[in-house]
Write a protein that binds this ligand. Structure first.
Ligand code: ADP
Ligand code: MG
Length: 630
């Protein structure tokens, strides 16, 4: 048997790094600024524990573009490196000085916000540069060092006259990456990745307008000055303690994150844990529309204030990806694939922590400020309904605060609703029937009829409510939902109705035959005779709840019309009020022609009221109606 060590040749590794290290070349700047930030944070830590006996001062990081010389400079005032350190940290690929620092200062440095991890960030510079120089001077009393490498594994190392502490990285930008010398491109990258990093980052200058002196003339222009342009807010709201922030601070941070968003967020949730994982952040509930797909990718993920991604899939529960805000956690393994991420234990805990915090916030809002929750309900319900559908734990909590609005603007919890309707909204099997409308305008006459009977009618209009109703029907006992134009309502009416029919059984039979004859054999209308109050509508069309829901799901792609389900047959009931005058008149009309006309006209009116009268039938109806009024 032979044993040995696989020999990795550096000459081959370099082009690999350049090509494959990161899929996005633009992240080189994030990596170099992260290193500059780490160098500064380390110095801060060392001065705070007395190990570095130098003045920490107010260090900044500067980015300078030299378009003519095709060079990009990243300059920091951090701890710098000695020659020995350059050899160790820079010349050894995949040796992380950040990791080493954290291990060495274990406890005291754990909150220092050190970013580096894998010891590969520095080399990302070669994705855009054909040559990289590093000029550095340590805080220790040692000479400066000048390291330079042209992308081959060969480097040069010499002494440098650099006087002030810190490091300057000079990238000689390659021909295919000249975009990274453009002010706009650099600004874009800085504001994408570095907007909330903890050390001030300077890029160029900007012009500021000063107030006019008092003796200035009207036509005098206001004086201006050139000032350093700092691109970041080193102390973003999420890094602070909730107790130190006012409502207005949260709002202004929201505006900072989403400058193009003019609407204020409805409320926020401050996340803050350090055990069993580290996570901080602020989530905002914006006003949500009913369009689910349009509102994703608004939560940004950071690690120690460095922007990583706005794809939080797998980390934030799916139903909460409609929210906005930031989460910042050093504990999310981002170098691994997304599918692995979803199986990762820590990530799972993070996800369920976030959904628990959201449920807690809503629940406390419900308890302490129900009016406010009611006012905001229609703008946020889609998230909550989605959450109730997709997560059982969230369902359990939300079931206590989820609100069901009525068509008249009252809001009930499910328990309250049950209490409210149990006296008169049960069917033959003693099931509670929750009546709802999905469109106040289109179902107006049905709503009115139901209300006249003393029924509560909810207004449930979100696109996923059908699924939630199904879930409630299976998870609660003896509950069913029925839209106001569904046939359940007929059953309720039957049970409740104490009206005596004006028609004899014989007359009823004749009426039924008459109607069915006109509707024709292949008709999708089933005649149902009922004795109602004489001023209730004479003809009403209802549709089995089940059939309608199936059709709706087919339309939204649920069962996929393409996959053999075929078209659902049309099935309607036509409910005839035997106590209505018109119905009596139809029965007593002698001429068959006239009778047929009355029945057809009545059927068309009933169809019209349910929105079923369309096309040629509508045109025909209108013509006929004009004839009649003439
Ligand atoms: P990581 O940041 O993951 O440790 P990098 O490849 O980005 O790995 O950097 C390697 C090491 O080089 C760092 O850990 C640090 O010790 C050193 N280094 C890089 N840039 C600087 C800098 N601007 N100032 C001081 N040290 C630096
Ligand atoms: Mg690094």
């Amino acid at each position: 048997m032979a044993k040995g060590k696989i020999n990795v040749s550096v000459d081959n590794i370099f082009p690999l790094i350049k090509k494959f290290l990161y899929s996005d070349h633009e992240i080189f700047l994030r990596e170099l600024i992260s290193n500059a930030t780490d160098a500064t944070s380390k110095l801060k830590h060392l001065t705070s524990i007395g190990e570095a006996k130098v003045e920490y001062g107010n260090p900044i990081i500067e980015v300078k573009a030299d378009k003519e010389g095709k060079k990009l400079h990243i300059i920091d005032q951090g701890l710098g490196m000695t020659e020995e350190e350059v050899k160790k940290y820079i010349n050894e690929v995949a040796f992380s000085g950040a990791e080493e620092f954290l291990n060495k200062y274990e406890d005291s440095a754990k909150d220092s916000g050190i970013i580096g991890h894998f010891g590969l960030g520095f080399y990302s510079a070669f994705m855009v540069a054909e040559k990289v120089e590093l000029i550095t001077k340590s805080y220790k009393d040692e000479p400066g060092v000048h390291w330079s490498c042209d992308g081959s594994p060969n480097f040069t190392l010499k002494k440098s006259k650099k006087e002030n502490r810190g490091t300057e990285i000079i990238l000689h930008i390659a021909e295919d990456s000249l975009e990274f010398l453009e002010d706009n491109r650099i600004s874009e990258l800085l504001s994408k990745y570095n907007k909330f990093m903890p050390i001030p980052i300077k890029f160029g200058t900007k012009t500021e307008t000063l107030p006019k002196p008092e003796d200035a003339k009207e036509e005098d222009a206001a004086p201006t000055v050139e000032v350093d342009n700092f691109i970041n807010n080193p102390n973003p709201a999420w890094t602070k303690q909730p107790a130190d922030l006012k409502d207005e601070d949260y709002k202004s941070f929201y505006r900072e994150m989403y400058p193009m968003q003019f609407e204020e967020p409805l409320f926020h949730i401050h996340l803050n844990v350090d055990y069993p994982f580290n996570l901080t952040g602020i989530l905002y509930f914006p006003k949500l529309s009913n369009d689910l797909s349009a509102q994703k990718d608004r939560i940004q993920l950071y690690q120690n204030q460095v922007f990583v991604t706005d794809n939080v899939e797998g980390i934030v529960p799916e139903f909460l990806t409609m929210l906005r805000g930031v989460i910042d956690s050093p504990d999310i393994p981002l170098n691994v694939s997304r599918s692995y991420l979803q199986a990762d234990g820590a990530v799972k805990k993070i996800s369920s922590y976030i959904s628990r915090k959201v449920a807690d916030k809503l629940s406390s809002l419900f308890k302490n400020n129900r009016e406010d929750l009611e006012a905001k309900w229609n703008d946020i319900k889609i998230v909550i309904e989605y959450g109730m559908l997709s997560e059982d734990k969230f369902f359990e909590k939300a079931d206590k605060f989820a609100l069901y609005p009525t068509v008249d603007g009252a809001f009930y919890t499910f328990d309250e609703l049950q209490e409210k309707i149990k006296a008169n909204q049960t069917d033959k099997d003693d099931k509670l029937v929750v009546l709802y409308a999905s469109d106040k305008e289109a179902q107006h006459s049905y709503i009115e009829t139901a209300k006249a009977k003393g029924y509560e009618v909810l207004l449930l209009d979100s696109p996923i409510i059908g699924h939630l109703m199904q879930k409630l029907e299976t998870s609660k006992e003896k509950i069913s939902f029925a839209r106001v134009d569904a046939d359940h309502i007929d059953k309720l009416i039957q049970k409740e109705d104490t009206q005596i029919s004006k028609l004899s059984d014989e007359e009823k039979e004749t009426l039924k035959v008459d109607l069915e004859k006109v509707f024709g054999e292949k008709s999708s209308y089933t005649v149902q005779l009922e004795a109602m109050e004489s001023d209730a509508l004479p003809f009403t069309i209802t549709e089995p709840e089940f059939m309608r829901r199936m059709k709706e799901m087919q339309q939204t792609g649920g069962g996929g019309g393409m996959f053999g389900m075929g078209n659902m047959p049309e099935m309607y009931n036509i409910v005839v009020n035997t106590n209505h005058e018109l119905v009596g008149e139809i029965l007593n009309t002698k001429t068959a022609k006239k009778k047929e006309r009355l029945i057809n006209q009545s059927l068309d009116l009933a169809k019209l009221s349910k929105g079923l009268l369309k096309g040629a039938a509508m045109t025909e109806f209108i013509k006929r109606s004009y004839e009649m009024v003439k």
